[in-house]
Design a protein. Structure first.
Length: 294
């Protein structure tokens, strides 16, 4: 466990929940992976998240996860911090991953709440405390009740924020009052990060420190610029940047995530649109509307 008690400031701004590029035969496309890493870094984002759910982590193998992280470390070469996704609905399995994964060069772990089990709030506290004790790097909580079927309440988040190895939360509940309660009462150095792209300026205005974004895969510069504007207090510029994404945003999720953003990346020539079952590649109709929106 990290016993320094320090809270990294590297996560102020835009992080990208990276997709995992696949070839048409559904092997990992490591050439596309390197292009995506460069595309996002050149766009000005502050950090990158490898092996999140946007990266189709449920369908990548343990060996693929290891190689994706290895290639990211080698290719990024310290240009921006890396966050790695580790989680499970089996606490012991997540602990084992934290102990056995080579996290050298990783700035933090992003860990989604257990899915399907529907633990109580006390169970969520116990789960995350176990992970925080096992992890050699800081933990960022990930609250996404639409996918996990459980919600980290503000009270639970604030309780977890007291642990020295839990440094922040990616809040994707969409519950603004809950986010406000966290912002109003959290430790000053505990990170409140938006998990909803279109709520980023609003959350920053209320005390958030940035976003871990899906859309920034395809729009890294636009998202980095609007988030930095919000953090600088220029909410006119932040709002205008966000408004330019209003038409394309729903297309990203119409056929599930990351189907839409992969179609956008294909249109931009960064990587292909292939996804693994049970997801299906974007329909031609959706691809056409995404190309027009771009």
């Amino acid at each position: 466990m990290n016993n320094s008690g320090s809270r990294p400031q590297a996560f102020h701004g835009t992080g990208v929940a990276l997709v995992t590029p696949f070839t048409p035969d559904l092997a990992v496309d490591y050439a596309g992976w390197r292009r995506l890493l460069d595309f996002c870094i050149d766009g000005g984002v502050e950090y990158l998240v490898v092996n999140g759910t946007t990266g189709e982590s449920p369908t990548t193998t343990a060996d693929e996860k290891t190689e994706l992280l290895r290639v990211a470390k080698e290719h990024v070469a310290g240009r921006v911090p890396l966050v790695f996704g580790i989680g499970s609905n089996d606490t012991a399995a997540a602990e084992e991953l934290l102990r056995t994964t080579d996290l050298a060069g990783v700035a933090a772990v992003l860990s989604a709440s257990p899915a399907y089990n529907k633990p109580t709030q006390a169970g969520l506290v116990a789960h995350y405390h176990r992970l925080a004790e096992a992890s050699p790097v800081p933990i960022i909580l990930y609250n996404v009740p639409g996918r996990t079927a459980s919600n980290l309440t503000a009270e639970t988040t604030l309780r977890l924020a007291q642990h020295p190895n839990i440094i922040g939360i990616k809040e994707a509940s969409g519950l603004m009052e809950q986010c406000l309660n966290i912002a109003a009462r959290k430790p000053k150095d505990f990170l409140l990060l938006s998990g909803e792209d279109m709520l980023t300026p609003a959350l920053v205005a209320c005390g958030g420190e940035g976003i871990i974004s899906v859309m920034a895969n395809a729009f890294p510069k636009r998202f980095a610029d609007l988030t930095r504007a919000a953090l600088a207090g220029d909410f006119v510029a932040a709002r205008e940047g966000l408004f330019r994404l209003l038409l394309v945003n729903p297309l990203m999720y119409e056929e599930s995530n990351p189907v839409g953003v992969k179609a956008a990346l294909e249109a931009l020539g960064v990587c292909g649109a292939s996804v693994r079952l049970p997801l299906l590649e974007a329909t031609e109709g959706l691809k056409d509307r995404i190309r027009k929106a771009l």
